[in-house]
Design a protein around this ligand. Structure first.
Ligand SMILES: Cc1cc2nc3c(=O)[nH]c(=O)nc-3n(C[C@H](O)[C@H](O)[C@H](O)COP(=O)(O)OP(=O)(O)OC[C@H]3O[C@@H](n4cnc5c(N)ncnc54)[C@H](O)[C@@H]3O)c2cc1C
Length: 640
């Protein structure tokens, strides 16, 4: 395994070629996937990736020298965002992050390597209907579960655990759903579990939740095991900075990486978006007073700067909602209202408890305070294969619960959503009312949002499509993640300084149906406390707490304890028809622009029933396949 900090990178514009065939903005999860595939497919063509951060060592979520388990670990460099105040939730602010390093967020994330449910991706395709460019796709080219499944497999290499480990931890999986991939993005099951893990899995079963032997094949409901993105032998973090750069760089003379540079915008000479590909304007971050440089791509410019910076680059380029661009003094190149709209993230409060009759939950994180246990843990991490607590990231099992399985009273919620989705213009329930004030008058955004609400209502009615995720982490607490929020936020340039971090308006629970769902989740999950397994340890609820009983009290609890971002923001440059507020088409090309594509989590049309990295890799793989096919046709076979 190559070490990421050994990988060569360029740091000055003077080290670059005169021009490149492909230029990619952002060396993150999707961006490096695309760069790897393009440089592999076209050895005589050149690929440049421009990255804001630099090449760093990216430790796992819990790696030495850490001596106290925190569940977040010492991370590589990140962008730290604080959102604007959230009026519907006590004017609190959301905290969220993004990787600022080669590897992007795959270098700092929780290493929970799951896929969404088949219904998520089929919902994407449903939202994409109604325009010829999407409707005309053959089925393998569609952005459905079936259309993505081969790329999920291609994007990773899964290694089954040794039999003894599988038996000890009772891991189950279906190799068919993982097999075939040889890409060095490694997925594996850790050797170690904290002692309370199997207690909780038992308690989930007491609740009547079924065990799903494999959740990577699209059927994602019940109790799931989830692999971690880590090497099967060393248990070190596996991420795009390694698998799609350091591991392949030596054999790719046509693949360059420029670090410590910000892509500020793309420039269409004469402001004509049909005369592409555009120039890529960058500035050095070693010397921010230095001049701006323009780089030339002959084939495509691909923006992969992540869910917050991708819309910022587009807006600085004059591609975005025209009224906003005019307000902040940017000449409009393409009026595209969807740029920076449709922001979604997983949110929810946490359930907490104490055991009054402690059981034998050994080993527990506190054991690390014992010098002998710690010494063995540190030694185990350097053995081959690695063993012990440092092989476990944060979590690798979770429950995925459909709404009809959590409450029999879900019809009123569906009714509410459907009423909002179908309400006529002018009605007090009309969907527009739930969008931010600057978006309500845009018919494309409203129509796209109406369709999303209708799709979410169908999704929530489906007894196989999950609505709640609760992932195990040690420490007597469980997060109640709302998988398909109805609220939508925005990302906008900071009018005071366009080059700085964009402003995030999370607008959590601006559609109050999200509160209804949080209440269902809380009522449902607190039943865990009363299960025989938990009661044998005298379990007492700490949060919400015994005195919180009515829905009104639970609502107050939700507002008080809400985590606004589980670090799964998406969808701010959605792959949807323009008539539904979309930003890119099925080939990832920005609507109305030539030679400009977006490939990262921004293009997801809607949030999914899982964490995002595996889908970000997969979108990168499918996008690369589309781009390679298009340019192979264009350049002819002899040129490859
Ligand atoms: C703290 C955290 C924990 C998470 N935990 C999990 C998890 O456990 N499991 C999971 O599946 N998902 C998790 N996620 C989500 C997942 O990792 C991300 O959604 C996914 O990796 C995003 O990929 P991306 O390609 O869209 O963007 P990124 O991987 O974030 O890449 C964007 C890249 O663009 C660069 N960039 C930004 N602006 C510019 C610019 N102007 N010029 C040049 N470069 C720029 C950035 O530095 C970055 O390298 C987590 C995310 C975070 C932040």
């Amino acid at each position: 395994v190559a070490l990421p900090h050994d990988a060569p990178a360029k740091r000055q514009v003077s080290q670059l070629r005169d021009s490149y065939d492909f230029i990619i903005a952002g060396a993150g999860t999707s961006g490096l996937t695309v760069a790897d595939r393009l440089s592999e497919a076209f050895p005589t063509k050149s690929v440049l990736v421009v990255e804001y951060g630099t090449v760093e060592y990216a430790p796992g979520v819990f790696d030495p020298p850490e001596k106290v388990w925190s569940g977040s670990g010492h991370l590589a460099s990140s962008f730290n965002f604080q959102s604007l105040p959230i009026p519907d939730v006590l004017n609190k602010t959301a905290l969220t992050f993004g990787g600022k390093v080669v590897g992007g967020s795959s270098a700092i994330n929780g290493m929970f390597a799951d896929r969404g449910s088949r219904y998520d991706y089929d919902a994407w395709a449903e939202l994409q209907t109604g325009s010829p460019e999407f409707d005309g796709l053959k089925s393998s080219d569609k952005w459905t579960w079936e259309g993505l499944y081969p790329f999920f497999k291609k994007s990773i290499t899964f290694t089954a655990p040794p039999v003894a480990v599988a038996e000890k931890q009772r891991y189950t999986w279906n190799a068919t759903n993982f097999g075939g991939g040889t890409t060095p993005i490694y997925l594996s099951f850790p050797e170690f579990q904290w002692g309370d893990h199997h207690v909780l899995r038992e308690a989930w079963r007491d609740m009547g939740i079924w065990v799903n032997r494999d959740c990577a094949g699209g059927d994602k409901d019940g109790i799931c095991w989830v692999p971690n993105s880590q090497h099967p032998v060393t248990a070190r973090r596996s991420y795009s900075g390694l698998g799609h750069y350091a591991d392949v760089k030596d054999s790719r003379k046509n693949y360059d990486l420029l670090v410590k540079h910000q892509v500020t915008r793309v420039v269409y000479p004469g402001g004509n978006p049909r005369a592409g590909p555009p120039l890529v304007e960058i500035r050095s971050l070693d010397n921010t007073t230095s001049q701006l440089f323009n780089l030339t791509a002959t084939a495509d410019v691909i923006i992969s700067a992540g869910v917050f910076h991708t819309p910022a680059i587009l807006q600085r380029s004059g591609i975005g909602p025209a009224p906003f661009l005019r307000k902040v003094g940017i000449p409009v190149v393409i009026d595209l209202p969807g740029v920076g709209s449709n922001l979604q993230d997983h949110s929810g409060p946490r359930l907490m408890w104490n055991y009054t009759t402690p059981g034998n939950f050994s080993p527990q994180p506190d054991d690390l305070l014992n010098p002998a246990f710690l010494a063995d843990a540190l030694a185990g991490f350097n053995e081959t294969p690695a063993r012990g607590p440092y092989t476990l990231a944060m979590s690798n099992s979770a429950i995925y619960m459909p709404l009809p399985n959590m409450t029999i009273e879900y019809f009123p919620i569906l009714d509410k959503i459907r009423r909002i989705s179908a309400a006529a213009n002018g009605s007090s329930e009309h969907a527009a009312r739930y969008l931010s004030p600057d978006q309500r008058s845009d018919p494309t955004l409203v129509s796209g949002y109406q369709h999303q609400l209708a799709v979410i209502a169908d999704f929530l009615a489906n007894p196989k499509a999950p609505c709640l995720e609760t992932a195990f982490t040690t420490g007597f607490t469980l997060s109640m993640m709302l998988l398909h929020p109805l609220s939508r936020g925005t990302v906008r340039l900071d009018p005071k300084d366009h080059l700085q971090m964009p402003l995030l308006d999370y607008r959590s629970a601006s559609n109050p149906v999200d509160f209804d769902l949080h209440i269902v989740h809380t009522n449902y999950l607190r039943r865990l406390i009363q299960t025989p397994t938990m009661q044998q340890y005298g379990t007492m609820e700490v949060l919400p707490g015994a005195n919180v009983t009515t829905d009104a009290q639970i609502l107050d609890f939700v507002k008080d304890q809400m985590v606004f971002s589980y670090m799964h923001a998406c969808c701010t440059a959605a792959m949807l028809p323009r008539s539904k507020g979309g930003v890119v088409g099925p080939d990832l090309k920005v609507h109305g622009a030539k030679g400009l594509r977006v490939v990262d989590a921004s293009v997801f049309p809607m949030l999914l029933s899982g964490h995002l990295s595996m889908t970000a890799y997969t979108v990168g793989e499918k996008a690369a396949d589309i781009i390679v096919r298009q340019w192979k046709r264009e350049w002819g076979k002899n040129d490859q």
